[in-house]
Design a protein around this ligand. Sequence first.
Ligand SMILES: NC(=O)c1ccc[n+]([C@@H]2O[C@H](COP(=O)([O-])OP(=O)(O)OC[C@H]3O[C@@H](n4cnc5c(N)ncnc54)[C@H](O)[C@@H]3O)[C@@H](O)[C@H]2O)c1
Length: 260
Amino acid sequence: MKVGVIGAGSIGSVVATRLRAGAVPGVRLTGVAHSDPADPDGVPVLPFDELVAESELVVECAGQQALAALGPRVLDAGRDLLVVSVGALADQHLLDTLLAAGPGAVHLSTGAIGGLDLLAAAAAMGPLESVEIVTTKKPAGLVQPWMPEEQANRLREADAPVEVLRAPARTVTAAFPASANVAASVALAVGAWDTVEAAVVADPGAARTSHVITAEGPAGTYRFEINNHPSPRTPTSSRIVPYAVLSAIGGLANPRGVFR
Ligand SMILES: NC(=O)c1ccc[n+]([C@@H]2O[C@H](COP(=O)([O-])OP(=O)(O)OC[C@H]3O[C@@H](n4cnc5c(N)ncnc54)[C@H](O)[C@@H]3O)[C@@H](O)[C@H]2O)c1
């Protein structure tokens, strides 16, 4: 399978480098398209249109705006698309556009979390009564342009955990585009944006980024706790994410004997 990567940041650079090194059997890296001032080392760089033309699967590791601008073009060109910036799909119009586009197919990366398969199964049995995801990370990565200066300073200077926002998943995803992709992932897995409550906590003592997901419904009660080491390059992201992407690429390239 020929795979192209959009984005050469903390996620895309690791994905591309590993693919280039042959880490996923049956997969060949075509190249990377990016918008950084300098090209990444050790991987071929291609203009976006060439990347799409030469790839069977295009992996978006470039952020929500890039997904909105480029995702439909990948699918319309008949290439499959693996989405990492899942939070962008809180925009119902973009979600509908990507699902309707084609002939390429859209796939979603599990990114920083797990348990999405079981949550989807539980939701398939009957509507879940409650679903919550609480994300806790260091304050620096949570300061947002929309925050009043006083709130931003309070976060930067916090010496104890502070709950920054608790709201429906769609609201939290929009408020923290780099940190709350996971709230969108949970909402998409259970197919019910309004049922999922998300909270973001800034904790100056958080050495790792944690996500605690709880759900209750007719199938049972569920609790997943994930503690990820932050990416050294982009602290808002986690080190696991490129490996979740590589695992998904492996499942698409070698679809026998993988969990569904
Ligand atoms: N699903 C998850 O759990 C999860 C977890 C972490 C991050 N993410 C998402 O992944 C995205 C990438 O994360 P990162 O840490 O690698 O970001 P990053 O900022 O380190 O890198 C982004 C890369 O995308 C490129 N880019 C941006 N716009 C582009 C465009 N229009 N065309 C081509 N390239 C473009 C940049 O040049 C850069 O190389 C984040 O924006 C975030 O939304 C998802």
